[in-house]
Design a protein around this ligand. Structure first.
Ligand code: CS2
Length: 415
């Protein structure tokens, strides 16, 4: 079974997605997600100009060999664009293999280890009343674990806090929240501002109020979004200990992995890191020194199912678990792949699940379900996602960028 063609599909049903579709000479198709938020066209070009010509004629069954061919063969290894492109090929080939086998993909990854994936949703509010409403709304939707993001006094807008401008009102007058969507349409990123001292003072008061209102049982998560130095991160981790977080995410940018030691020395708040990592080498030291508790990479950015499975297997040696990135910029193809992997691996922890919009579902028609707080894979052969070309063609790419961040004195900071 040879690869006959591969198409790079760029579409924007409200936000941009890059999808690879591989077709074999036997007429089987497979899908892979290659979306890199705010840099979509670079990965589309990497695929169309440098990878698609290499794929034609390869044996579609040789997934590992193709992975190695693209990883070693580029000479320029790793990085988000390369690894997202490899991920798309890898995922599409797994989709094809599972369709040919007539099995849902997770069956090829070892079969079912659990009934469904515990997932967390994004509750947010600039002030406490709005935040509490959002938490209740998520509970009503079935979420059993909830990420809490909130405004910081003195800052006009803060990462993770949904703007009411994104809420949609249906024909029958019901207003639904739409989760925080940071990429904004336009030729340039918007600028936000940041004040670490105000954040550090404010955040424990928010978690105290949330625990008082919702009790001790509800698993709560929080994302510091790369903004702290190691000693600031240690302080935040320590100040949140009384509120028993499921995890504290991305406390530092973690480019210098050794700095995580400082955070770890000071706090028992569990740490999740890695949504911007791409390979096992980004995690190696963090695992071996047991500096983190959860792996955040999605299938889409970590070299596909093959790449992420390798990371999870190594993590398991150190009792570190999965906590896969699942914002709306990971397409339903990337999410479906994560669900198949998550249902099979022994060291599953939690799955992030920000629901995609209706327009995104019309484009991808995913077969996975969300019931009682659990994501369940499609039982049809393959990934269980179908790309609708007509819908895709109706939504042309529109430039959109993640914001940038400045400190109050105007210096650039991490967003
Ligand atoms: O934890 C998360 O989901 C976030 O950090 C993302 O919303 C992230 O900001 C976006 O994926 C960026 O594209």
């Amino acid at each position: 079974m040879k690869i006959e063609s591969a198409e790079v599909l760029v579409s924007s049903p409200g936000r941009n997605f890059v999808t690879l579709r591989i077709t074999t000479d036997t007429g089987v198709t497979g899908l892979g997600d290659a979306t890199v938020n705010g840099r979509e066209l670079s990965v589309a070009s990497y695929l169309a100009d440098h990878i698609v010509p290499l794929l034609i004629g390869l044996d579609a069954h040789r997934i590992e060999d193709t992975w190695q061919y693209l990883y070693r063969g580029a000479y320029w290894r790793r990085g988000p664009i390369t690894m997202a492109a490899i991920a798309a090929v890898d995922t599409a080939l797994w989709d094809i293999k599972a369709k040919v086998a007539g099995l849902p993909l997770y069956q090829l990854l070892g079969g079912r280890s659990r009934e469904g994936l515990l997932c967390y949703g994004h509750a947010s509010g600039a002030e406490l009343p709005e935040l509490f409403d959002s938490i209740r709304h998520h509970q009503e939707e079935g979420y059993r674990a909830i990420r809490v993001q909130t405004g910081v006094p003195g800052l006009p807008s803060v990462y993770g806090v949904a703007s009411s401008a994104n809420a949609a009102t249906t024909a029958d007058g019901v207003t639904s929240r739409y989760d925080h969507e940071p990429a904004r349409p336009g030729a340039k990123p918007v600028e936000e501002s940041w004040d670490t001292r105000a954040y550090i003072r404010h955040i424990p008061t928010v978690f105290e109020a949330v625990r008082n209102e919702f009790g001790p049982e509800l698993p709560l998560l929080h994302d510091a979004h790369h903004r702290l130095t190691p000693i600031e991160a240690a302080k935040v981790g320590k100040s949140l200990e009384p509120y028993d977080l499921f995890w504290l995410e991305d406390v530092t940018p973690a480019e210098n992995q050794a700095v995580l030691r400082r955070v770890r020395e000071h706090t028992t708040t569990p740490l999740a890191i890695g949504e911007v990592f791409n390979t096992i080498f980004d995690y190696k030291d963090l695992f071996e020194e047991q500096l983190i508790d959860y792996v955040r990479s999605p299938v889409t950015h970590a070299g596909g199912i093959t790449g992420l499975r390798r990371i999870f297997d190594y993590a398991a040696v150190y009792q570190i678990r999965s906590g896969v990135h699942g914002p709306t910029d990971v397409s339903p193809v990337g999410l479906a792949a994560a669900i198949h992997l998550g249902i099979a691996i022994p060291n599953f922890g939690i799955q992030e699940y920000m629901k995609h919009s209706e327009a995104t579902h019309e484009l991808f028609r995913p077969g996975y379900t969300f019931e009682d707080g659990l994501l369940k894979p499609s039982e049809t052969p393959g990934l269980g996602v179908d790309y609708d070309d007509e819908v895709g063609a109706a939504h042309a790419y529109a430039p959109a960028y993640l914001p940038v961040n400045r400190l109050l004195d105007g210096s650039m900071h991490n967003w």
